[in-house]
Ligand binder design. Structure first.
Ligand code: ATP
Ligand code: MG
Length: 465
């Protein structure tokens, strides 16, 4: 038994792990390499006994087993995993020409099979798919948890009248199955709203599958959404379900829908109208039962006028639309959000309990073009840089420190204007900070003073406000 629990890539969340069971070293090593490349932590076993032992002792997210492995064989191992770790997907490796055993394995609950000798790419793409599904599942579970405990609704923070209206809409549409179009500027919480609709409705136990239409190349969106059949194009080694089909009784969230190419819009419309998809390369159609939600931060009506978006698809998706207010139109929610993020980013041993009044004033005065996401990032950054337990103005990003409110006080001094030395000093410090994008060490160097002196002066200014 070999244990290689060194993570093969740096990730913020713990990586998923795979158990590879094969008594033939070359195949085992190759699988291990591919799995590591897919970002998985790898454990290997050469017998079913070892495999079962590892399964008892360590967290395993995926099992990849050869069917001809001593002593019990892959089929028996598969049965046991299904019995004891039902949520762990099992992929089986079969010899070329023994397709019956692969079929048998699938019948017994194998998530997938790979025929030896296999292409590295094929195994890689199968593992990638499983890893994605695992990550999604974890994310969804965390979200379900969070839904129960936050002030606001369904994971959304805010009690302003505009948000109350949004909550009412969410509550209402979550009881139904029709499409929902979510509109709003970037960072206003469109994806959060989509998740919250999904997790407050009858589909909450089914998958929530987000697809970013702006991130996929057109040819891939089609096969991702509709699936494909073996031989439809080079590399289509076998049939593959599309997301519309595999989201099954769950929700498909089409993010950045305005970025979907026009010809695909027509195909999507047809699929939604007929509740069927035609996988790429197939002549047959497959029924779909998915709920569709879509979101965009674009002005979709002007996209329709310019011909970039189909009006008929818009009508189909826009059965109900939810428009999210920009943060600047619900500034009364800022303190709640700030406290929520202070808690969210608190690390044990480095508590941030509150924020100074002055810092809060800056946050309230700012316009937040990046909305809640920008606020979230500002707090996260301030907490990473500051020393706690109170978040001060000096910890905030520079555009907030010397932005609108400080800027208003400061008209440029003309060359011969005589100003108090203290005021000249203050201006020099803010100018240096602006020029170094808030990098205090660089600013101190620029001014020819020590870093601690700069800190002291900034604290003074803060106390004066
Ligand atoms: N009302 C809210 N309460 C708590 N967190 C929020 C709220 N709205 C947004 N967020 C947080 O802000 C970030 C951005 O939200 P989200 O991804 O849903 O925005 P979006 O509208 O989809 O943005 P984009 O158009 O850029 O994709 C997320 O981290 C989300 O958790
Ligand atoms: Mg989004």
């Amino acid at each position: 038994m070999t244990d290689e629990m060194e993570p093969s890539r740096e990730t913020a969340s713990p990586a998923s792990s795979i158990l590879i069971v094969d008594d033939e070293a070359p195949a085992r090593d190759l699988c291990a390499d591919v799995a590591r490349e897919a970002g998985l932590l790898v454990r290997t076993a050469t017998t079913t006994e070892q495999a079962l032992e590892i399964l008892e002792q360590f967290p395993v997210d995926i099992v990849l087993t050869d069917l001809k492995v001593p002593a019990l064989g892959g089929i028996e191992l598969l049965k046991r995993v299904r019995a004891t770790n039902a949520q762990v997907p099992v992929v089986v490796l079969t010899q070329y020409g023994t397709i019956e055993t692969a079929v048998e394995a699938t019948r017994l609950g194998a998530a997938d099979y790979v025929t030896k000798p296999f292409h590295v790419d094929e195994l890689r793409s199968k593992l990638d798919r499983l890893v994605r599904a695992i990550e999604l599942d974890q994310e969804n579970r965390v979200l379900r948890e969070q839904l129960r405990s936050r002030p606001g609704f369904g994971g959304l923070i805010g009690v302003s009248p505009k948000m109350q209206r949004v909550y009412k809409m969410i509550e209402k549409v979550s009881q139904h199955n029709y499409p929902v179009l979510i509109l709003g500027e970037s960072g206003t919480g469109k994806e959060l709203v989509a998740r919250s609709i999904h997790f407050s409705g009858a589909r909450r136990k089914k998958p929530f599958v987000p697809v970013d239409c702006s991130a996929l190349v057109p040819t891939l969106i089609e096969s991702e959404l509709f699936g494909y059949v073996k031989g439809a194009f080079t590399g289509a080694l076998q049939n593959r379900q599309g997301l519309l089909e595999s989201a099954a009784d769950g929700t498909l969230f089409l993010d950045e829908i305005a970025d979907m190419p026009v010809d695909l819009q027509a195909k999507l419309l047809r699929a939604l109208q007929e509740r069927e998809v035609k996988p790429v390369g197939s002549v047959d159609r497959v029924a779909i039962h998915v709920r569709v939600m879509a979101a965009t931060n674009r002005d979709i009506e002007s996209a329709i006028r310019s011909g970039a978006f189909r009006q008929d698809l818009y009508f189909r998706l826009n059965v109900v639309s939810i428009k999210l207010p920009p943060l600047r139109e619900r500034k009364s929610d800022i303190p709640l959000l700030v406290n929520f993020f202070l808690e969210k980013f608190s690390e044990p041993g480095r508590p941030f309990r509150s924020i100074s009044e002055d810092a809060m004033r800056r946050l309230m005065a700012y316009d937040w073009p990046g909305n809640v996401r920008e606020l979230e990032n500002a707090i996260a950054r301030a907490m990473a840089l500051g020393s706690g337990p109170i978040l001060h103005v000096g910890d905030l990003p520079s555009n907030l420190q010397y932005g609108s409110s400080a800027g208003a006080l400061e008209r440029p001094a003309s060359a011969d204007e005589l100003l108090p030395l203290e005021e000249l000093e203050r201006r020099a410090i803010f100018r240096a900070l602006r020029e170094t994008s808030g990098d205090k060490l660089a600013a101190a160097r620029l001014l020819g003073i020590g870093k601690t002196t700069l800190y002291r002066k900034l604290k003074q200014y803060e106390a004066q406000h």
